[in-house]
Each structure stands twice: as C-alpha cells, then as structure tokens.
Unconditional design. Structure first.
Length: 273
C-alpha cells in the first residue's frame, strides 16, 4: 500500500483485509466498506489505462450473472473502483476438482450463455474469453466479469465469443483443452472444421452435452445464443429464481446484500476494466 491507498481508504471508510494481487499496472485489495457485511474488491489502476466513460456505462448494466460495479474515485495519479469480491472461478475449480459433473456443468453452462447473450444484446463483444473470467460466487452462481479486451463495436463477430465458450465448455466437462496450446480464438484457426471434427469426447459425456459443445463451436453469425439455450441438454435445468426475500440491486447505488435461493462453492483478480 502507498500513501494514496491509505488516504483514499480512510476518506471513504474502506478497511483493508488483504492485498489480492499487485502488478506493474494494477493492484487489487480485498476490503470491507463502511458497515456492509460482504467483502468487496478495490482495484487501483493507472489513469492512463482507465476509461471513465466506459466504466460509467458498465455501472448501468445489471444481470444476475455478471459482476456489479459500485463506485469509482480519482485520487492522485490513480483511479480506484469497487466491485464484487468473488473468491473462485471456473479455471481454479477445474484445476482443483477435475472435470465437472454433468448436472453442475449444465447449470454453469446455461448461466454462462445467458451472461454472454446479455453482453451481446448491448453490443459488447470480447476478444478472448477464458475460464478465469467466469467467477463462481458463494451461492454457486456464475458471475461473468468484464474483460479489458472488450469492444463496444458493431463489427466484431459474436461467433468468436461463442466459439471460445465452446472450448471452455469442453474444458469444463473433460478437464483438458482441445488444443495443446490452450484456448484458440476462432480467427487464428486456418481450418475450423478440422478443429471441430478432431474433438474427442470422454466416454461418459452424454450425446446432449456433445451436441451443445458442437453447436457452440459451429456457431455462425446467422445463429443465436437463444437457440443454443433451447437445446435438449438444458431441458432439465431448473430456471433461475431469486428468493422472495432477496433485494433487487441497482449496481450504481450503494451495495446491498442479496440473498439468492441457491447453494454454495468457490478473483483471482480478473482482468476487468
């Protein structure tokens, strides 16, 4: 921590719990804020790489499967911003526990598609989605974080994002990546058909899940995420429902604890804006 960190925290009634990550460009603090019970993530970033206008637009977005952004401050040569703190992500869960059980996978996959569809409807696209960008909160609920390489442009192809998601799904259900080099963006492949046709699934994976993954990998601009969400694999996944006592949260307002009628698991500092 430096003097700017300490001064801002004292002024805004923020208490440090621990430093989560520190690099040359960004520092992440797990903090408590005022009297709220839940911890938050405070990020410190250089003003040269922070877009105030983009962040303010992100604060207006709300979906149960994306990260909430609450406040930001300009202080000295830095910007600081406050978001949800979530301990776990898909990459860490698969590394620790191996391939997911099919019912767990389908619950996660449905939420991952719904969060991506929400961003696409806002004309927000991603250049490189990775498993670590999908966080899992204490209610076992997927929360997608913003990624720096997002584009607010209309000419970026949604098929690139869904193709990456198909590879992530394969990783979640098999525990390995299809390509030895990791997750490959669609526009870096010379032969997409060969990539898809060479996929080998573990025996235990059902035909419905195989079909879901292939549909993501074969996604075109004429396809829609909504159509994928109607596929047979999701027919037995219960719809998301909030507890009747939960509070609807406006992310631009002061944080409020939310109670969801779902059960637990387990940022690293994601690469959020």
């Amino acid at each position: 921590m430096n003097s700017s960190d300490r001064e801002l925290m004292e002024r805004e009634q923020i208490s440090l719990i621990e430093v989560v990550e520190a690099t040359d460009t960004i520092t992440c603090f797990k903090v408590s804020w005022k009297t709220y019970k839940e911890p938050y993530l405070l990020k410190r970033i250089s003003q040269s790489v922070f877009s105030k206008d983009v962040f303010e637009e992100r604060m207006k977005l709300y979906h149960p499967n994306i990260i909430n952004k609450y406040r930001y401050w300009s202080y000295g040569i830095y910007y600081y911003y406050l978001v949800d703190f979530i301990q776990d992500n898909i990459a860490d869960i698969v590394k620790r526990h191996g391939p997911l059980q099919e019912n767990m996978f389908l619950n996660y996959a449905q939420s991952m598609l719904e969060s991506l569809n929400f961003f696409h409807m806002k004309r927000i696209f991603f250049k490189n989605i990775l498993p670590a960008n999908y966080l899992v909160d204490k209610h076992n609920r997927i929360r997608m974080c913003d990624i720096r390489e997002m584009e607010l442009v209309s000419n970026y192809k949604s098929s690139n994002d869904v193709f990456m998601l198909g590879q992530i799904f394969y990783y979640m259900i098999s525990g390995v990546t299809q390509d030895s080099h990791g997750f490959i963006p669609r526009d870096q492949l010379s032969d997409i058909n060969a990539f898809v046709n060479n996929i080998t699934f573990p025996r235990k994976i059902s035909g419905e899940v195989k079909d879901l993954i292939r549909r993501c990998l074969n996604f075109t601009e004429e396809s829609s995420i909504f159509d994928i969400l109607q596929c047979q694999a999701f027919k037995h996944v219960p719809p998301y429902r909030k507890n009747r006592n939960s509070v609807s949260l406006n992310p631009s307002a002061t944080p409020v604890a939310i109670n969801f009628n779902m059960k637990p698991i387990a940022i690293k500092c994601g690469r959020m804006i």
